[in-house]
Design a protein. Structure first.
Length: 352
């Protein structure tokens, strides 16, 4: 086992609420380590809809998910959090009344005075294509997300799915791919009407193709490279589609993983918390964002921001039980200005 990293707080999850949790802790002079199963911050927002606009963030009439993530990262820069990406918490155990041991899938070990779970609905895993042997081609010819559009430039691409992600990526790749075929099992889509109209216009102009059916098998060349798929249509006829890349967008499935095993009071896969501290039934472990539940709970990012603020104050009281925690405002508090690394606007030498 690796030597343990000792910290005051471990945050599980680097989505918008987890990132804002870093900020609220930082204002109270509490540093944190953040564990995230994905390879980058942003959580569900950046993973599922990075370019989708969000309209209910205060003071931001419209902001896409990736920009929101970028702004939150900029906001927490003064507190220099340490991120541990591509790691899943596999073990969480209480050492004593004051501390916990956390171990990740990569063997990273933490000892922490408090744990804040901001894991959304758990780690999101793509719903995979259920064709035997296709998994051998993942990351080479079969992809469940687009990380670099240039990888698909000049390729014959088949996109599977009928939701927003499938339509959006088919339309985004159409100008740069050699060809794009959208394959869906029916004529009914779960995508934005504007995207559907654009797809229909492009197919009418023969600039992309649309087919109905399900993938039942695939073919490879002599080198073992995926070169085509067999598609069975609603007419029970099986046809062959040649391709270079197969993009699968069947949606994402949230998985709680070992969170279920940590002994919390749960309700419908969510951690029950109080609304004063957002503490779980396990003392010293808090839950914020979509992972928690309480009477009147609303799964909104702005609700998660509120929960993060109150959880931070609760953690401060846990870490310093004999010291009163005062509410200080970032507009007027010199202490807050110092922690944020900004000039005190009310200092005598702060002259415009």
């Amino acid at each position: 086992m690796k030597k343990a990293i000792d910290t005051d707080v471990v945050i599980i999850g680097a989505g918008p609420v987890g990132l804002f949790q870093v900020f609220e802790l930082g204002l109270l002079d509490i540093r944190a380590h953040v564990i995230e199963t994905l390879s980058q911050p942003g959580g569900q927002c950046s993973e599922l809809y990075p370019d989708k606009p969000i309209f209910d963030i205060p003071a931001l009439p419209s902001v896409d998910a990736q920009e929101l993530t970028d702004r939150l990262l900029e906001q927490i820069e003064p507190f220099a959090p340490t991120f541990h990406f591509g790691q899943e918490v596999t073990q969480l155990e209480r050492i004593d009344d004051d501390s916990f041991r956390i171990i990740t899938s990569m063997g990273t070990v933490f000892t922490s005075r408090a744990v804040i779970i901001a894991a959304g609905m758990g780690s999101f895993q793509p719903v995979r294509l259920k064709v035997s042997g296709i998994e051998e081609h993942e990351g080479k010819s079969v992809f469940y997300r687009v990380q670099d559009m240039e990888l698909h430039r000049g390729k014959d691409v088949v996109v599977l799915g009928g939701g927003d992600s499938a339509l959006d990526w088919a339309l985004a790749l159409q100008p740069i791919a050699s060809s794009v075929t959208l394959l869906h099992r029916s004529t009914r889509f779960r995508a934005a009407p504007a995207s559907l109209r654009r797809m229909e216009a492009l197919t009418a102009d023969l600039e992309m193709q649309y087919a109905i059916g399900a993938v039942t098998d695939f073919s490879t060349d002599a080198a073992g490279t995926l070169v085509g798929i067999k598609v069975t249509g609603n007419d029970s006829v099986t046809r062959h589609l040649t391709l270079d890349h197969l993009l699968v967008f069947f949606g994402q499935s949230p998985k709680l993983g070992c969170i279920r095993e940590w002994g919390f009071q749960m309700q419908k896969n969510q951690i029950v918390v109080d609304t004063a501290q957002f503490q779980s039934s396990a003392k010293g472990i808090y839950a914020v964002g979509d992972i928690n539940t309480y009477p009147g709970k609303k799964k909104l990012i702005l609700s998660g921001f509120h929960e993060a603020a109150l959880a931070a104050f609760a953690v401060k009281e846990r870490l310093q039980p004999d010291k009163k925690v005062y509410l200080q405002y970032t507009t007027t508090s010199p202490v807050m200005h110092q922690r944020l690394g900004v000039e005190d606007p009310y200092a005598e030498d702060a002259v415009a």
